[in-house]
Design a protein around this ligand. Sequence first.
Ligand SMILES: *Cc1c(COP(=O)(O)O)cnc(C)c1O
Length: 225
Amino acid sequence: MNSIKQRFADLNAQITHAEYNAHRPLHSVQLLAVSKTQSASTIAQAYYLGQRHFGENYLQEALSKQRQLSAFAICWHFIGPIQSNKTKLIARHFHWVHSVDRLKIAQRLNEQRSAQLPPLNICLQVNVSNEDSKSGIALAQLHELVNDIRQLKNLRLRGVMAIPAPQADYALQCQPYRILYQAVQALKLPELDTFSFGMSGDLHAAIAEGATIVRVGTALFGQRS
Ligand SMILES: *Cc1c(COP(=O)(O)O)cnc(C)c1O
């Protein structure tokens, strides 16, 4: 009984449970199905169960699946590292980008986003656990970058995304999210309404600390091959 249907039901129950435990409104957390390496037909299965938001890390792979699924009303999120030469296609083919980590990338997305399309929703990726190897801006850069990106009219800055170092301990899972949540609250900008926090391994902690989008691959689709 390890079907996507079963895992989808379990995952939604887990999210509801975490919302309840955190005294947060039902459905205040949106599930982003991370479909990297999954086929278009697997995405279609999740779609028929009601899932509408899908996250992709690799541009060419994503574009190919978008073509196959063009008849589906999917909201596509780009969540992978962004090289400058990829911004044009990302600006054209996605509704959200979670992984903006420098002004230059935001400026390119802004220039390349058609004014005919709605503004591209943006999250700044913040490196809260301060690991040298991970992408994302330092917390100390948040204020300045938020102010710069807010000016870009074809973008709509929505909030932050974080991928903390994996921790088994619940309290340690909470820590980076709490720090980042408070740093965003301190900016007092109501338009920053999005916290893209949490993956399969730390959903509960992320929701307790204010996640509004959880990005889940493995717990929905199973282990990636
Ligand atoms: C792969 C990935 C996820 C999903 O990870 P799981 O552990 O499979 O849930 C979430 N966010 C990002 C940025 C990813 O690259």
